[in-house]
Design a protein around this ligand. Structure first.
Ligand code: GLA
Length: 679
């Protein structure tokens, strides 16, 4: 059987090395000059200079304005703005405009759009909409891409190809006839023969035995649950089909402009996406991410840091680019809250602190028409005499002062947190014991507890764990081959591993590993779980340690581990809730309960003490800290999320103000200080 899908991001495409896309850190945003009269362009470029913008994403949705009829191209406006931007010292990340097919194409070929699981075809009037499995769409898209590359490939403003836009955002999971054909080909390539598929998915259940690949439908609406193996493979297929479109565009671009780097904007934020970005990251010359905070989440900065650490993991620790975020409100949440004073800079710099070599916004100028008319921008509806424009301009000055950090990397962490899209896909593929637990629930909580303690953590896919002293494995549901050995090796060399409930439960085909949970890690942990006990919303189960369990518990028997905490109430009273197996100086801890915040914090303190892990610096609560290092320097980011001054123990020179500190740094309420540390 051929393995067509993995999520290990180890062998990143590191052969192609390009000059960075801007002088200093990249700063700017999506620019849609086509929405404005040309007089406004002159003002735009003037304001860009004032704000310190050096990089824009151009042409993202402009296909219908460039190819005005089938095969009829009109480049005039794009020629003029490319020249104008170049003259103004602004570099261009030129988008292939395939994220919005033109109306003439949609009218002539309605079959290029996606179809949902109920058979509804996506109609005209939105964006993306195209089916990555449509050969007709592919032909038109690649013709456009080639024409664009041939026209602008030598333009001096061009720094980066920005392929399409958020591929998969509004066009993931198509159930069309085209998708069905490609899915069947994909399955045949993966399994080789139909009996291998039958065996992997366990199709004896409900007598689903297939006798040929053309009987295997995409999981269209069927009133009952589909086979979990089929659902998981459909997730993989979806990611591969979308990636296939990126690769096809990349091939054209590389053929025309081999020396221009190529990327596409990922959506690493919030919940797991439909694209397996760990795998996609190997195919881009620069990992670029879009990130938007949830205004209603009081701890949104924690999710931001988690996402930024994930992106760094995908880029193998190399600098990456924050290619979109917002200056203030978005327009797609229920209540679109404006960012508070200083939040814009804290958000941007938190990404930079965690490895981004630039911060671009969606968007330069707020649209007056169109479905995003209330989305924030660098230049809001009110114009440049506005709080947001002033804050962006200040940020531009800050980023210019931070130019020396470009190319530095986040200092290596001693803690790894394992995260894997395959586990997310497997967990959401099929009916589960708890239908409301999302895959990111526990990883995000662990990340928050570590970050609050100012401890650096690498968020990485399962694979080589060589340099880590503490490895946290939260709800890593699917056991990728080799992860058990890699974890055992950590413990054997004296390191420490924490595995939580719902880890190592299924194999790569989403089949339960039988013989007691957690099948893949029972021996490592010295435990054996015979039954899950998910809890209803109003149930709280105390532990004898003082912690409490919410949402999840399970019946554990120790087989070589000691019990650290027991359930002190409920059905499982007296049974182990947290256990530890000791091997020489290494340990393997098992967490069988979804703990309250304080309980999880106590566990994290215990693990950090066990592994002897210190914070990046000693700092007060409310400060977010991160260190980037180069061969010759070390830079400390101190981001104050509190509304009073906070202090950290550090020495060095403030890269922005030039102030020097010897021992203690006071960071004003809501401010950010970046120090070049004394050596
Ligand atoms: C995404 C898209 C942008 C825009 C923003 C709005 O990031 O890439 O085109 O729609 O969302 O938040």
């Amino acid at each position: 059987m051929q393995e067509t899908f993995t999520s290990v991001s180890a062998d990143l495409n590191s052969q192609r090395v390009f000059p960075w896309i801007s002088d200093g850190l990249a700063f700017g945003g999506d620019y849609s000059p086509e929405q404005w009269p040309e007089e406004t362009w002159l003002e735009d470029v003037e304001l860009m200079r004032r704000a310190g913008v050096n990089s824009v994403n151009l042409g993202v949705f402009s296909w219908g304005l460039l190819e005005v009829a089938d095969g009829v191209f009109e480049w005039g406006w794009l020629d003029r703005i490319m020249d104008l931007l170049h003259a103004g010292g602004v570099g261009v990340n030129l988008a292939t405009p395939t994220a919005a097919p033109p109306m003439w194409l949609l009218a002539a070929h309605p079959e290029i759009t996606t179809v949902d699981e109920f058979g509804h075809r996506t109609q005209r009037g939105g964006r993306l909409a195209w089916d990555p499995s449509s050969p007709v769409f592919r032909t038109y898209a690649l013709r456009m891409v080639r024409a664009l590359a041939e026209r602008y490939g030598q333009h001096p403003a061009l720094r980066l190809w920005h392929v399409s836009n958020e591929i998969g955002n509004e066009n993931a999971r198509s159930y069309s006839p085209d998708a069905e054909r490609e899915w069947q080909v994909w399955l045949e390539r993966r399994f080789g023969d139909i009996e291998a598929l039958n065996s992997a998915w366990g199709t004896t259940f409900w007598g689903h035995h297939y006798t040929s690949f053309d009987q295997v439908m995409p999981p269209r609406h069927a009133r009952t649950g589909h086979n979990p193996g089929l659902l998981l493979d459909f997730e993989r297929f979806t990611s591969d089909a979308l990636l296939g479109h990126y690769l096809a565009e990349r091939e054209v671009l590389r053929g025309v402009t081999p020396d221009i780097p190529i990327t596409t904007n990922f959506m690493v934020m919030g919940s797991p996406s439909t694209a397996d970005y760990g795998r996609w990251a190997r195919e881009v010359d620069l990992v670029a991410n879009d990130h938007y905070t949830q205004g209603a989440d009081p701890e949104r900065e924690g999710e931001l840091s988690f996402s930024a650490d994930r992106v760094r993991g995908m880029s193998g620790g190399r600098p990456w680019l924050l290619i979109e975020h917002s200056t203030s409100a978005v327009n797609w949440q229920t209540i679109n809250r404006a960012k508070s004073r200083g939040e814009l800079a804290r958000n941007s710099l938190a990404h930079v602190a965690r490895g981004a070599d630039g911060a671009l916004f969606f968007q330069w100028r707020a649209s007056t028409a169109g479905s995003e008319q209330y989305h924030s921008a660098i230049v809001p509806h009110a114009g440049a005499d506005s709080r947001v424009f002033r804050e962006v301009t200040e940020l531009g000055a800050t980023l210019r002062a931070l130019a020396p950090i470009r190319g530095s990397r986040v200092a290596p962490a001693r803690v790894a947190l394992l995260l894997d899209e395959a586990s997310a896909y497997a967990w959401r593929s099929g009916r589960k014991p708890h239908g409301e637990l999302g895959y990111f629930d526990l990883p995000l909580k662990f990340h928050r507890e570590l970050t609050r303690r100012h401890v650096a953590v690498d968020v990485i896919a399962p694979g080589e764990l060589g340099g880590y002293d503490l490895v946290i494995v939260p709800t890593l549901y699917l056991a990728t081959p080799g992860t058990d050995e890699a974890l055992a090796a950590v413990v054997e060399r004296g390191g420490h591993v924490l595995v939580s409930y719902l880890s190592g439960i299924v194999d790569p085909h989403n089949r339960v590993i039988s013989g007691g949970y957690p099948g893949a890690y029972r021996d490592l942990l010295g435990v054996w779980v015979d039954e899950h006990y998910p809890l209803f919303d109003d149930e709280v189960v105390p532990l004898d340690s003082g912690a409490s369990a919410h949402g999840w518990t399970e019946r554990v028997a120790v087989r070589g581990a000691e019990t650290l905490a027991r359930f002190a109430g409920g059905e499982l009273v007296g049974e182990p809730a947290i256990t530890r197996r000791t091997v020489g100086s290494g340990t393997a801890t098992y967490l069988a309960a979804r703990l309250d915040r304080a309980g999880l914090g106590t566990l994290v303190d215990d693990l950090l003490a066990l592994a002897g892990i210190e914070p990046v610096v000693v700092a007060e609560a409310g400060l977010e800290v991160s260190r980037r290092v180069s061969d010759s320097a070390s830079y400390l980011f101190l981001i104050n999320h509190a509304d009073v001054e906070r202090t950290a123990h550090a020495s060095g020179t403030d890269l922005v103000s030039g102030a020097t500190y010897d021992g203690v740094v006071g960071v004003p309420a809501g401010a950010v200080v970046v120090l070049e540390e004394s050596r």
